[in-house]
Design a protein around this ligand. Sequence first.
Ligand code: TXA
Ligand code: MG
Length: 336
Amino acid sequence: MRILNPGQTALKTQVLPSGEAAVAAAALWLAEGGLVAFPTETVYGLGADAADPAAIARLYEAKGRPSFNPLIATVGDLEAAQRLGRFSAQAVALARAFWPGPLTLVLPKTADCPVAELATAGLDTVAIRVPSHPVARAILRAFGGPVVAPSANLSGHVSPTTAAHVESDLAGRIDLIVDAGPVEVGVESTIVGCLNAPMLLRPGGVPREAIERVLGQALRQPPAEADGDTAQPLAPGMLASHYAPRSKVRLNAERIEAGEALLGFGPALPPGAERATAAMNLSARGDLNEAAAHLFGYLRALDAKQARTIAVMPIPNEGLGEAINDRLRRAAVGRQ
Ligand code: TXA
Ligand code: MG
């Protein structure tokens, strides 16, 4: 077995059920430069004090994340967000419409932005989010400052939607996990760049259509070459292989081949489904929100069955389907 960071596997990771004691412990660990995994409505995040470069260095190490990949700063409300980033009128409109909730805005940094350079990877922009999960909000309130919170998984793994997922990736590498059960949304926040014309940097928990309704205009698309593993990406964490399980992933499967596991969607299963080595259905009633909530957990579960290939049925590209298809395409690229 390869040990990634022998120094960090020695930590004793405490797991506490959400509640007042867990929130107090989380705030204390954050103030001491510790690493705390906590639930947000999208996925579990790995929190560290956004203003503490040493804590952020530990966070990158714990995740095994390339340090050119900047982090999202989470805060409690728009007023706190305005201390970090410079909001255009359109950014304010999006914040008013969707915060608290699964939307991240990328904005120019304020002159006295307290977020450490290491967290923004030296960029002059900052990604900001106001989560709606009551436990995330309680921790932010108790800590009192911005908290960087990337998804609480090892770099290259799918994002965790339960505390058990966090534990299996990060036990021994972080200080505390606050367990509040499975998350509600299941895919990460939508990231919109508000530098000039608003641009969809990552599809996610707020559907594109809802954002475009508020803006009264279409979101711009990042240039295609920004999406590859070699180009300099606009949302740098969106490496093509960011979300890859160990099994191969085959998309838009219209029939199941021998030796494949099936990840289904909707009531009608494809020919060959009966010979799948394992089968899970993201939403038997064809509900995209339910499918998003199940996506990462089911990918982990099927991956654990060590099928050669996970065959995924076609998923409509509307609403949360855009984020689901984005994550599935990245899973299909394979791990590097
Ligand atoms: O739902 C979410 O957003 C979750 C929960 C835990 O809050 N967090 C999350 O963080 O997905 P992470 O670190 O896994 O993804 C953050 C994404 C990365 O793709 C990163 O490159 C991008 O945000 N990002 C951060 N700062 C950026 C910036 N200044 N400009 C462009 N992209 C940025
Ligand atoms: Mg992530």
